[in-house]
Design a protein around this ligand. Sequence first.
Ligand SMILES: [Zn+2]
Ligand SMILES: [Zn+2]
Length: 254
Amino acid sequence: MTTNGATPTNCFAWRSSSSMRNLGRRLLESVAAAVFPPRCALCSRALPTLDIVCMQCESLLPSFEGPCCQRCNEPVDDPSIDLCQRCGTMDYEVDRILSLGPYRGGWGRLIRAFKFDREMAIGRWLGSRLAAACLAQSEFRQFDAVTFVPMTRQDKRKRGFNQAEVLARRIAKRLNLPLSTMLVKTRETALQSKLSAAQRSTNLRDAFRLLPSVQEQVLLVDDIYTTGATVEECARTLKRGGAKSVVVATVARA
Ligand SMILES: [Zn+2]
Ligand SMILES: [Zn+2]
């Protein structure tokens, strides 16, 4: 029993207006779905629910086939070998890399639609897929925070968003971890794959600056793993700032 007669009425009114709003939103969504049915981002087939890709296209998204390197997912010829030649012979700052699949085919098309056509719903969907892949592997659950490969302020302004940050935000939410900006990109860099060996060695040097938010166990997110040089430089910078472990998650591997 309440001493204030107005409270139950107000409470009911609030609940009532809240459920009316939900009902209104659902109604609007079904009207929108009837007028503009959601379509698969890969084959354009109409989807029965608000989703990104149809079940058939999702089942065709390429994964890494055959034996792969335990650190970087690179295919290896001999299934009895855990590490590829590079990971077996070189020292890396990145401790482990997880990618959903190769860049060719569906993953690449989805990344391009997200980055260049600004399809943010696709970005959030890719982030959810990456989070699910992290949760499926025990070594991808032990983090203090999630961070992302930064863009220069100018590049971010040009695109309107940082694709790695969008992915990282969704992953942090699904993994119930804080999203933390730990690095700033201080200058433009060229694509490593377009440079000579001599240019590569200096291209990324000191391109990232540390923020005081560095944690010990870091999950570093990017959209594509190409040469690995960018995440390696980020990991080097993070470890200089006190990170003990840097594990990388990317949607695809080129
Ligand atoms: Zn489809
Ligand atoms: Zn490897």
